[in-house]
Design a protein around this ligand. Structure first.
Ligand SMILES: Cc1cc2nc3c(=O)[nH]c(=O)nc-3n(C[C@H](O)[C@H](O)[C@H](O)COP(=O)(O)O)c2cc1C
Length: 151
């Protein structure tokens, strides 16, 4: 059994819609042998991260960066996990209203430092998520989870 860890900060209904679509994709019945674990970014531990085989990160953009909650998560697990999680796949979804580039750049830079491998294109939504963008969130969850089958 593999484990997909979804580390998310979900402070609003639009973020919740994206989160739920990611979880729905990741837990699709056709994907077997993958346990999907969700952790609020403010509660995730280094053990959670070490115990997983792949990751989905989800956050709003705040003040030109990732949310303080996701930043706190990285601050918590970056060094404890640096030696052991390199090469693991990840996906990212972001929500913002006025510019998400800084948040995306930050995650790219931090995950590059960790040696994590981007498993699928990031999903970035501004304002109300359209049906197509919610479907992209579903695909993001499904793609990262499916990649962990038999891992
Ligand atoms: C303090 C604060 C800073 C924010 N900074 C940004 C930002 O830099 N870029 C951006 O795209 N959205 C920014 N936002 C908007 C949030 O990303 C947005 O509120 C969040 O994704 C939830 O979406 P909603 O408020 O439309 O439901 C900010 C929101 C707050 C409260």
């Amino acid at each position: 059994m593999s484990t997909l860890l979804v580390i998310h900060h979900t402070p609003s209904p639009y973020c919740q819609e994206m989160f739920e679509a990611v979880i729905a994709g990741a837990t699709d019945p056709e994907i077997e042998g993958v346990d999907v674990v969700r952790r609020a970014a403010l509660s995730v531990t280094a053990s959670d991260v070490l115990g997983a085989d792949g990751y989905v990160l989800g956050s709003p953009a705040n003040l030109g960066y990732v949310s303080g909650a996701l930043k706190h998560a990285f601050d918590t697990f970056y060094y404890p996990c640096l030696d052991s999680t390199s090469g693991r796949p990840f996906g990212l979804y972001l929500h913002g209203n006025e510019g998400t580039e800084g948040a995306e750049r930050a995650v790219d830079s931090i995950t590059a430092g960790l040696g994590w491998v981007k498993a699928t294109p990031h999903v970035v939504v501004s304002g109300k998520p359209t049906k197509d963008l919610i479907e992209e969130c579903w695909n993001l969850g499904a793609t990262v989870a499916a990649g962990l089958m038999d891992a």
